[in-house]
Design a protein around this ligand. Structure first.
Ligand code: PHE
Length: 486
């Protein structure tokens, strides 16, 4: 019996997968990154574009990833190779899997540093270390927390160890058992915070800020950031969703689970916004204060509230849980690959990966103190890991997966994996062949600096490009037409 046929390597049910995938998707991206990006890019317009990107790029690609995982039943490398082979394609396509796996590893190596901030803030809250009464005071605390490599390294090492212990335990025992209580717990805690925020005095302002869609405010930078964030927040093209998909039992609807995960992820991000911005506004703080938003402004607001310390502790517990359920998913691909392809036991694979991860994450951690000046073209290690993964590797991986599924693989593979109705399948095919790839290419054009996009004005061109692309594509590879014709 291969490892894969043993029942403990499948989720215990539809909810097992949904919880784990939601746990992966919901993380620092939702609670830390989404609010501060929304703040920086001006609120409602960013939120609107982000939602569009989730719908047009994120959801179709997530379906593809889960499909590869379940069809190929393995780590990204093995699953993609198998699925490609089924269509008579070469092993070269598994490069997409290699990149995804590497991407998950690289994200985790800076993610543990941010998760470490969260744990250290929980500790500070409990031990009374967050008692400053100005933003500058809070910034000084944040700075001091970062300045000492031993301190910062301790917290990120702790996160690394906990992650590896959970992953080492395996799918049902480790991952599924932890997300089973962590995810609902997190949603309850967010709910408590929103109820509190409703009475804080800034709720109306926060609603306006988050949902006042002013299309005029749409900047090209905001638009592109929103697209990159859609990948990040849904854990796409980084091995996580694909590997989790490989544990999904046959017969569960990929489309339905994808929608559930994407909707939960989006709701948590919006809930985080609703919990955080009222506090910010009620205290007259700046919503555009950047990555420090939840570590500098928020603790300050909490300090001034009745029951503030309790809420603050709840907030950082929640953030830590969200980070952990994402962290385990980033490394599951590597551990599964070492385990299944290289025959290394899960525990050994987890610890081996953990040691390499610890080395890279230590370099990322040092970016905040002694290694702040170890820069290459203006970016330190932490900056490079973040930039390479979200700007390049995820979109490139997503593009590769979309092209493979839309143009290269045998048509019946995804038709049977997804099991959609004819119209639904045609819509999915249109998204995966034309809409998502075009969106991704737009990110690349901007990242290469070839031209600066101004989507507010150039959208008619984009629409034209989409039409031309679809016509050309269907002339040379008339899959969509066939699907529509039945
Ligand atoms: N989606 C996670 C978050 O929002 C991050 C993540 C990226 C998780 C890639 C897994 C893989 O925090």
């Amino acid at each position: 019996m291969t490892t894969r046929e043993k029942p403990q390597n499948l989720w215990m049910g539809r909810w097992g997968f949904v919880l784990a995938a939601t746990g992966s998707a919901v993380g620092l991206g939702n609670i830390w990154k989404f609010p501060y990006m929304t703040g920086e890019y001006g609120g409602g317009a960013f939120v609107l574009v982000y939602l569009l990107c989730i719908a047009a790029i994120g959801i179709p690609i997530m379906m593809v990833e889960i499909g590869y995982g379940r069809r190929g039943r393995g780590s990204p490398i093995d699953a993609i190779r198998r699925v490609a082979r089924e269509s008579g394609q070469g092993a070269g396509w598994s490069l997409i899997g290699w990149m995804a796996m590497l991407c998950g590893f690289m994200i985790l190596s800076f993610y543990v540093v941010v998760a470490g901030w969260s744990v250290s803030y929980l500790w500070k809250t409990v031990t009374g270390g967050l008692s400053a009464d100005t933003v500058d005071g809070m910034a000084a605390i944040f700075g001091a927390n970062n300045a000492n490599p031993w301190n910062l390294g301790f917290w990120s090492t702790l996160v690394t160890v906990v992650t590896m212990v959970i992953v080492g335990k395996g799918v049902q025992e480790g991952i599924e058992k932890s997300v089973r209580w962590m995810m609902p717990g997190m949603v309850i805690m967010l709910g408590i915070m929103i109820v509190y925020a409703m009475f804080s005095g800034g709720f109306g302002q926060a609603l306006d800020f988050l949902f006042g869609f002013e299309i005029g405010k749409l900047s090209s930078a905001g638009l592109l950031a929103a697209m990159g964030h859609a990948f990040f927040t849904l854990s796409l093209a980084s091995g996580a969703i694909l590997t989790y998909g490989s544990y999904l039992p046959d017969g569960k609807s990929i489309a339905r689970t994808t929608f559930t995960v994407a909707i939960c992820d989006t709701l948590v991000a919006l809930m985080a916004g609703l919990a955080i911005f009222p506090v910010i506004f009620a205290n007259g703080l700046d919503p555009a204060s950047g990555p420090g938003l939840i570590f500098m402004s928020l603790p300050l607001a909490f300090e001034q509230m009745p029951l503030g310390t309790l809420l603050e502790a709840i907030f950082f517990i929640m953030l830590t849980m969200a980070a952990l359920t994402s962290a385990i998913s980033m490394i599951e691909a590597t551990v599964a690959w070492l385990n299944e392809s290289k025959g290394i036991s899960r525990v050994k694979a987890a610890w081996g990966t953990g040691i390499v991860l610890w080395i890279v994450s230590t370099l990322a951690m040092l970016s905040f103190n002694v290694g702040a000046d170890w820069t290459l073209v203006g970016k330190n290690v932490f900056g490079w890991l973040d930039y390479l993964t979200s700007r390049w590797m995820m979109p490139l991986g997503g593009l590769g997966m979309a092209i493979l599924a839309g143009f290269v693989l045998r048509d019946d593979i995804f038709r049977s994996e997804l099991g959609l109705s004819r119209t639904q399948h045609a819509l999915w095919l249109f998204m995966i062949r034309y809409v998502s790839p075009l969106g991704i290419v737009v990110i690349f054009i901007d990242a290469l600096g070839v031209m600066t996009l101004d989507m507010g004005r150039q959208w008619p061109w984009l629409l034209a490009a989409l039409v031309v692309l679809t016509v050309i594509g269907e002339l040379f590879s008339p899959r969509l037409r066939k699907q529509l014709a039945g």
